[in-house]
Design a protein. Structure first.
Length: 577
């Protein structure tokens, strides 16, 4: 059968789309399971097709699906319903199946109010969906299929849940068929945070891929050209020995990769962080949530200030960027609890931070409490909304005050960030020297070219970056540190120092087009045109270097060379279009 698996768009515009533009990893596992059975699968990442129903219709007509399957969270629920409606209009007899957490938690509501949906796949979907497709293919009944919800005589009904897949390694590896960056080595989370749907999805149980399965997947993806990964496990470091085994296998296979992970502050230590850094980990995200122990308790986040501080200190010490998640607008939030969060932030010194207003989503304990407090039911989601902010349901919280709390936290973070960066204490282990240099240079780049470059609230960005680059070079020759420091020298008009630095850098990195290009620019500014021309011509396949070379040739009066280079540039630009 021909099956489309769709990641739909959200209702609201995002300033940054990193959290919505990636199809859930589960979609790839579904597609791999179906592909292995001989079906044709198309993963359609339609996160950016809002208000483009004609394009959606056109693409569906081109693909001619036998089944339209849509995976939803909550923010993209209405996008999924819009696409389902288009599919049903174009192909009235093609089943529309919806899955994912958003569908699992609202199955009855969705089947009751949206006739464009035919079935809901509940929870973990590989076995259920493949069995369902087999039944569709052979025109068999699905009335007795575990793990689905559907209409019987017009009434939504739910079959018994499908059992969890015991052996995750029995699943086909999606990397055999697809390329992606967001990977997962386990399913589930043992904790019970009140704002999270994981406890209900996974029943607070955790299952694991073996290290061999997971590292083989990374190896396949690396062979497809992927070099950076987001490990999406709820808590990657849950089993210490297993994580160390994964890291050692990455090293043994010589995989040249970098990756980010999610953990919990009370389950990291020196040994696990050491091996994670050696294996390419550059960032760990921790849920801090609040500086108020009372609020953390209300959120069922049972961690202490001491555990938080220790995790952030250790993570930084191994040259891994610690990122903090903070939530504001919580039950009992006040100016004082926000001050506690700001004080804790200054103690733990995160190098990245994400601040969220507390949302209420179906499937969470907060949502169940909300329904009890207010008497509402799931029909509240008939409103065309993505979510419900907690403060909108709590008369003790003022919306304007909550928004101000967020500004207060961001200001506290941004104003302190240079001091956080310049006070990093790294482990004195010789084998970590190149990793420390890479860590410091990457951090430096964020201040002048990366995420922090355009944030006005951050002071002394260039000075902070320069100090980080120099400190990186004190550890180890680092390409990014040389380049960043040279660019800052050029921006300050100190081309003579930039030339000296770049010539030193090229002794370590003689084949770097970026360093050569940077050197050529400074040579031009110091009127060393012949030398600059020679440098640019070494990497004449670069359009930018060709432009500089043409300028040098013109200024040197080499008209014929300038003409030849201009033709080469035109050919290069024509082929790249």
């Amino acid at each position: 059968m021909n099956i489309v698996l769709i990641n739909p768009y959200c209702l609201d515009q995002r300033l940054q789309d990193y959290d919505i533009k990636v199809p859930p990893i589960g979609v790839y596992y579904l597609a791999a399971s179906l592909t292995q059975m001989g079906h044709s699968c198309h993963i359609l990442n339609w996160y950016n097709l809002k208000d483009q129903k004609s394009l959606i219709e056109q693409e569906l007509k081109r693909l001619q699906p036998d089944i339209t399957a849509i995976s939803i969270l909550h923010a993209n629920r209405w996008g999924g319903l819009d696409i389902a409606r288009v599919s049903k209009r174009v192909f009235p007899h093609v089943p529309v199946v919806m899955g994912g957490p958003g569908a699992t938690f609202l199955w009855q509501h969705l089947l009751k109010h949206f006739p464009e949906l035919d079935l809901i796949v509940m929870g973990e979907g590989e076995n259920t969906l493949t069995d369902l497709v087999t039944r569709f293919d052979s025109n068999q009944s699905y009335d007795d299929l575990a793990g689905i919800a559907y209409r019987k005589n017009g009434v939504p009904v739910q079959n018994p849940p499908a059992p969890f897949i015991k052996d995750l390694d029995a699943l086909p590896d999606p990397a055999q068929f697809f390329s992606f960056q967001h990977v997962i080595s386990s399913r589930g989370c043992p904790w019970n945070c009140s704002f999270c749907g994981s406890p209900r999805i996974w029943n607070r149980t955790v299952r694991f891929h073996s290290p061999d399965y997971f590292v083989t997947q990374l190896q396949r993806l690396r062979q497809k050209g992927q070099s950076f990964f987001y490990i999406s496990d709820d808590t990657f470091t849950l089993k210490k020995d297993r994580v160390i085994s994964i890291c050692q296998k990455i090293i043994d296979k010589g995989l040249d990769i970098e990756w980010a992970a999610i953990s919990r502050v009370n389950i990291v230590d020196d040994e696990i962080l050491y091996w994670m850094r050696r294996a390419g980990c550059i960032q760990i995200s921790y849920g801090v949530e609040s500086g108020s122990a009372k609020i953390r308790k209300k959120l069922n986040k049972n961690i202490s200030d001491q555990e938080i501080q220790r995790a952030f200190e250790l993570t930084r010490a191994y040259g891994i960027m610690p990122r903090a998640y903070f939530i504001y607008g919580n039950p009992g939030e006040t100016k004082d609890t926000i001050k506690q969060s700001a004080r804790l932030m200054k103690r733990i010194k995160p190098l990245s931070a994400i601040f969220y207003i507390l949302d209420i989503f179906p499937g969470t304990q907060l949502y169940e409490d909300f329904k009890k407090r207010t008497g509402v039911n799931d029909d509240i989601w008939l409103k065309r909304i993505e979510d419900i902010m907690y403060f909108e349901t709590d008369p003790k919280l003022d919306g304007n005050a909550v928004l101000k709390y967020g500004r207060t936290l961001r200001k506290a973070f941004y104003s302190s960030l240079p001091d956080f960066a310049l006070n990093i204490q790294l482990k004195k282990l010789p084998e970590l020297a190149p990793y420390h240099a890479s860590f410091l240079s990457r951090l430096g780049m964020t201040f002048i070219f990366g995420d922090y470059a355009n944030i006005k609230e951050i002071p002394r960005k260039a000075q902070t970056a320069a100090k980080l680059f120099q400190r990186a070079l004190d550890y180890f020759p680092d390409h990014r540190a040389y380049l960043g420091l040279a660019i800052l020298l050029q921006q300050n008009g100190d081309h003579a120092s930039a030339i000296t630095l770049l010539k030193e850098a090229l002794r370590h990195f003689p084949k770097s087009p970026e360093l050569h290009g940077c050197l050529g620019v400074s040579l031009m500014h110091t009127n060393n045109l012949e030398e600059a021309l020679e440098v640019f011509l070494k990497f004449g396949s670069s359009a930018q270097n060709l432009r500089y070379a043409i300028e040098c040739a013109k200024r040197l009066g080499k008209i014929n060379l300038s003409s030849v280079l201009t033709q080469k540039l035109q050919q290069l630009e024509a082929t790249s279009k």
